[in-house]
Design a protein around this ligand. Sequence first.
Ligand code: PGA
Length: 250
Amino acid sequence: MRTRLICANWKMHLDRASITTYLEKLNDGFVSGDGFEVGLFAPSVYLSQMPGPLGDKVIWGAQNFYPEDKGAFTGEISLPMLKDISCPAVLVGHSERRGVFNESDELIALKMNKALNDGFKVVFCCGEALEIREKGGDAAFVRAQLDSAFAETDPEHLDRLSIAYEPIWAIGTGVTAEPGDAQAMSAEIRCWLKERFGDQIAEKMRILYGGSVKPGNIAEIMSGPDVDGSLVGGDSLDAGSFLEIIRNSL
Ligand code: PGA
C-alpha cells in the first residue's frame, strides 16, 4: 500500500504574513494519519519561514533551483543553499518551468539527477499539451519525457521520488482531466517504471495527478488505483480549501 502524498504548489503567490497565517491554520486543522503525507512548495524567498508550527508533519520544498553548487548564475539558488536552510524537497520539470522559462529536457535531467544524488526528495512533473492529446500522442509524449529525465538515474535513489502527471491543458484552466484519464496515464507511467526499473520500484512509486484539483473533484480523481496523490496549485492557496482537499483525499 502506497502512502498518499498531497502537495501544494503555491507558485508565485502569497507573502510573508499570509504564509504565517496559512501555516497556523493548516496546523490547527491538520489531520494526522499514517496513510498519507503532505507537501508544501513555497516561493524560495519564503522558504526560511517553512515549515513553521507544522514541524515534521509536512514535507516542504523549493519550486526551483539551478543544478550547480555555486558560481556566476545571477538570480539562481543552489541545492547547497537549500540544504543550508534544511529544505528537504524540490519540484523538477513543472510545465511552467519548461514552457515559460524554456527549461530543456537536458536541463531537467541534470536537475533531476543532481537533486536525487544530493539527497533531496523530488516531485518530478510531466504532462502533455492539448494538441498532443488530441492527436493521440499523449502516452508517447509522457514516456519520452520520462526516458529523457531518468536516462542516467541511479535506481537506489528512487525511494525519494514521486512523479506528478500534470496535463498542461488542465493546469490553472478549471478543466480537470476525467478521473479515467488521470488513472489511464498513471497506469501508463507505472508501466514505464516497470519496464525501466522493474516491478518493485514501479509498485512503490507514488504517482500524483495535478491540474485544477479542487475539494470537489479530488475524491473521484484519487479513486483510480494508480493515482496516489495530487499536486495542487490554485486551490492550495487558501489553507481551508487545501485542508478540505487533504481530507477528501483520504
Ligand atoms: P492548478 O495547478 O491546480 O492551479 O491547476 C497545478 C500545478 O501547476 O501544479
